[in-house]
Design a protein around this ligand. Structure first.
Ligand SMILES: [Zn+2]
Length: 246
């Protein structure tokens, strides 16, 4: 039973890498998800291995000390961007580090990623930003995790983003929404000055569809949450769709 659920989790990591490859139009980054026992995590790169003998979907397994348990291809250099969030919070079930180009561009211009539409209200009033960091250094992983705080996303200037979720589905859609929000802000900026939705509207939306909502049924919530978006993208992948947002 455990083997079956872990195989399913590995499949979801592969799906997440495909979604992000097409949505971000970028090869850099990796996705990870904690196992149900909370003591290990699986990692997959977005890009295929350079070694032709390694499988494209070779998912690596690590314990929470960062020691490899299984898998053949090279481990991500920036492991502390995964380890530090897992160490910090037991309710973090998935971590993604990628280089979303539009989000990086906004931050490079000194602009904030603000919630200009209801689905970006998950990022609070603005996505927190850190100076440049690199995840092969433990101290940088700790700094990034501190900047992340209780948020689901943070940006690293001149580098990329870290997003988290309770599940891989949630984390993956959070990354998609981060880049989508940045793209929408850039589009709005060509016509005028983008404005965040009012805090009251964001709170109201969250109270309706958030995890603690009592205003709609769990089924209705799933239908408008990250899960609905995950199913949409998973369907596209299974149908063999290929696309690029650039
Ligand atoms: Zn990176």
């Amino acid at each position: 039973m455990v083997k079956k659920s872990e195989a399913r989790l590995k499949d979801k990591l592969t799906t997440a890498t495909e979604i992000l490859t097409w949505e971000l139009a970028d090869m850099w980054g990796h996705v990870s998800a904690r196992t149900a026992d909370g003591e290990r995590f699986f990692v997959q790169h977005l890009r295929p291995p350079i070694n032709p003998a390694a499988l494209n979907n070779d998912v690596l397994e690590f314990d929470l000390e960062g020691k490899r348990v299984s898998g053949k291809r090279n481990a991500p250099e920036e492991m502390f961007f995964h380890l530090c969030p897992y160490w910090a919070k037991p309710n973090i079930g998935a971590v993604i580090h990628c280089h979303p180009p539009m989000a990086i561009s906004l931050v490079a211009a000194g602009k904030k990623i603000i919630p200009i539409h209801q689905h970006s209200a998950i990022f609070g009033r603005a996505v927190p930003v850190s100076p440049w960091l690199y995840g092969s250094l433990k101290e940088d992983g700790e700094k990034a995790t501190k900047v992340l705080g209780d948020n689901c996303a943070m940006m690293i200037k001149g580098h990329g983003a870290i997003v988290v979720g309770e599940t891989i589905e949630e984390a993956c859609v959070n990354m998609v929404r981060l880049e989508r929000t940045a793209r929408m802000i850039l589009a709005a900026a060509t016509a005028g000055r983008p404005a965040a939705i009012p805090a009251a509207a964001a709170e109201k939306f969250h109270s309706i569809i958030g995890k603690d909502s009592t205003e709609i049924s769990p089924d209705q919530r799933r239908a408008v949450s990250q899960i609905a978006e995950w199913h949409y993208y998973e369907h596209l992948i299974k149908q063999g769709h290929r696309w690029s947002r650039l």
